[in-house]
Ligand binder design. Structure first.
Ligand code: AMP
Length: 331
């Protein structure tokens, strides 16, 4: 059976980008593959959380994973820092990861641009840690959004380089995966790029947002004065809202508003109202389960403990073999 690995940084609450780009696929994949889903708290250290925030954020993502439908009986759910073998593999892979290729990574360049005051080495080597997360379980499929495509390519590079260097076909090649034929990019509400945790207030809709908050955010989303000619191409902000509607609404709802746009009869107030209602319906089952799961501390502790045991079993086997291949020997 093929192995699947994916994770989400514990830098905040899960938004619709995380849900449609990653977590929804996790839930489907757990029935068909051997799955490992983790909470990336080592990765979150690049943003320097306080100790109190660090733990709260980890718990919050764990609750949201479970509320979204990941089943700890089917998939291994674990906290990344419960599996220190990942860090050991990260160290080995770092020895053969080159400055030039790390500096060329799009996400690194984006971070340098957006946070010039915090360009730490952890950010530079972020793709190496991600490769370690994947290769530690010898995974071949990685359910992620479109923004992670380049990181997956780097994971293949690092795995293949290790294999070549030591003359072993040890690590298989991991590929980004989505059940549809394309990787998903969920746009944000600010009219510019993707939905993201660090893209500014109001850009992201979170699974924890109440219906009132969702309505407020969507009504405030960037739009424009409306089309002036029939069938004119949609500007980016409007295209983004249509892309969101394609994700959360029924096909005929999308077609209805697309027609209105093409006939210059669209009223953005009605369009946004519908989009907000469909987002509320799409996220309702997850939202309802969040508070119930959050209250059950014993269950959360058990899930994390059980996940850590299963993840370490797999990771320590890989590390034992890697150490042998590299040449570490006992006296
Ligand atoms: P992050 O929140 O950056 O840790 O990302 C966790 C997962 O969510 C990764 O698989 C990302 O590809 C996915 N993801 C984050 N934002 C988006 C987005 N706007 N559209 C699609 N997938 C996303």
């Amino acid at each position: 059976m093929e192995t699947v690995v994916s994770g989400i940084r514990s830098t905040g609450k899960l938004h619709l980008g995380n849900y449609y780009g990653a977590v929804k696929n996790f839930v489907k994949m757990q029935d068909e593959y051997k799955c490992f889903f983790f909470i990336a708290d080592y990765h979150s250290l690049t943003t320097h959380p306080t100790p109190a925030n660090l733990h709260d954020n980890v718990r919050s993502v764990l609750v949201e994973y479970l509320a979204a439908g990941i089943d700890p009986e089917k998939a291994t759910i674990y906290v990344q820092s419960d599996v220190p073998e990942v860090v050991e593999l990260y160290l080995y892979l770092n020895m053969n990861a080159y400055m030039g290729e790390l500096e060329r990574s799009t996400s690194f360049k984006d971070k340098v641009r957006s946070h010039p005051d915090n360009v730490n080495a952890g950010l530079l080597t972020y793709p190496v840690l991600m490769a370690a997360d994947i290769l530690i379980h010898k995974a071949t499929k990685v359910p992620v959004g479109k923004d992670q495509e380049q990181h997956l390519e780097m994971s293949r590079t690092f795995g293949n380089r290790f294999n070549r260097m030591y003359g072993h076909e040890f690590f298989p090649e991991p590929y980004a995966f989505n059940f549809t034929d394309k990787l998903v990019k969920v746009p944000g509400l600010d009219g510019k790029g993707k939905m993201g945790k660090s893209e500014g207030e109001g850009n992201a809709v979170y699974l924890r947002d109440t219906p009132e908050i969702i309505r407020k955010k969507v009504m405030k989303a960037v739009s424009d004065g409306g089309p002036s000619e029939e069938n004119q191409p949609k500007p980016e902000a409007i295209q983004n809202l249509f892309d969101l509607m394609k994700i959360v609404s029924a096909e005929d709802t999308y077609a209805h508003f697309d027609n209105l746009y093409n006939n210059c009869q669209i009223r953005y107030g009605d369009f946004k109202k519908q989009l907000a209602e469909d987002m509320i319906v799409a996220t309702q089952p997850v939202r309802e389960r969040i508070s119930e799961i959050e209250a059950n501390k014993t269950y959360l502790r058990e899930v994390a403990r059980y996940g850590a045991i299963k993840a370490r079993e797999s990771a320590s086997k890989t590390i034992r073999e890697v150490r042998e291949i590299i040449g570490f020997k006992n006296f």
